[in-house]
Design a protein around this ligand. Sequence first.
Ligand code: SF4
Length: 282
Amino acid sequence: MTSLLYQIPLAQLEAFRGRDLIVRSALPNHLVAQVRDEDFANLAYIQLCELPGDIDALMHWAEAIPIDLPMRHPARDFTSLYRYAKLLNNHPVRVSLPVEAGFENAVKLASSLHFQIRLLLGQPQPARIDALAHLLEDYLHRPRVTQPIEPFHSLLLGFCHAQPVSLWAIQEEDPKLIRHIDDQGQEHLPGRLAETNAETGAETDQGLIFEDFVATWSNRLLAENAECADCPFLSACQGYFKWPERDYDCTGVKALFDTLKQAGDELRQDLAAASPGAGAGP
Ligand code: SF4
């Protein structure tokens, strides 16, 4: 059974020490001072909030510990990636950014600098769907993209190997797997759910409890005979794109799923053809 991952502020490290953690801070010097060697075994990654100016303290600290850079305003901040590229010498570094106007420039630069990328998809509008489709095309067919772009990467592997995948899990938004801890130590739903927590409190009271949130949500959409009811990608998506606006039109995201499914099928066939013995006669 997978243990729960807690996404905590550095100030809560003492209280959560020993559990599986993502530790966030805007102050690299404080991370270096307070995260101990014995914490590394339980540390999934550290998250640098607010794109800190001075990252030198991290350069030779905790080598190979992954770092996440949340870029809240990709169109404005993407050139700052040049400053963080030196971290790649000693750490896997992922840039997490929202799919909003201008995000594609940030993705292209991050890819060319060899950062991993996590796209915070939300409910992408039609103009962003076009940009996502172009990025996906690049990801699938341009060899210069060498690092994973999530959720494309995990969905592609899932389709290729015909294994179950969950978009909620890939996006680190399944409350069964991960919890967000605030500065006061209070537990919240993760990712974009944390932001809508207050508004959706009533729904939480109705049964969208933490552990069963995703199953309850997707079952509710099915019971309402929402668009998900006959969606071929329900098992991977589980109503991800119907949150929070249930009337979100999934035409665009289903086309992205379809591209990934076709690419996964082709990859599986290519791997089978290339495996030892393929094509050998009796
Ligand atoms: S892609 Fe849209 S319709 Fe399909 S399962 Fe996801 S949210 Fe439902």
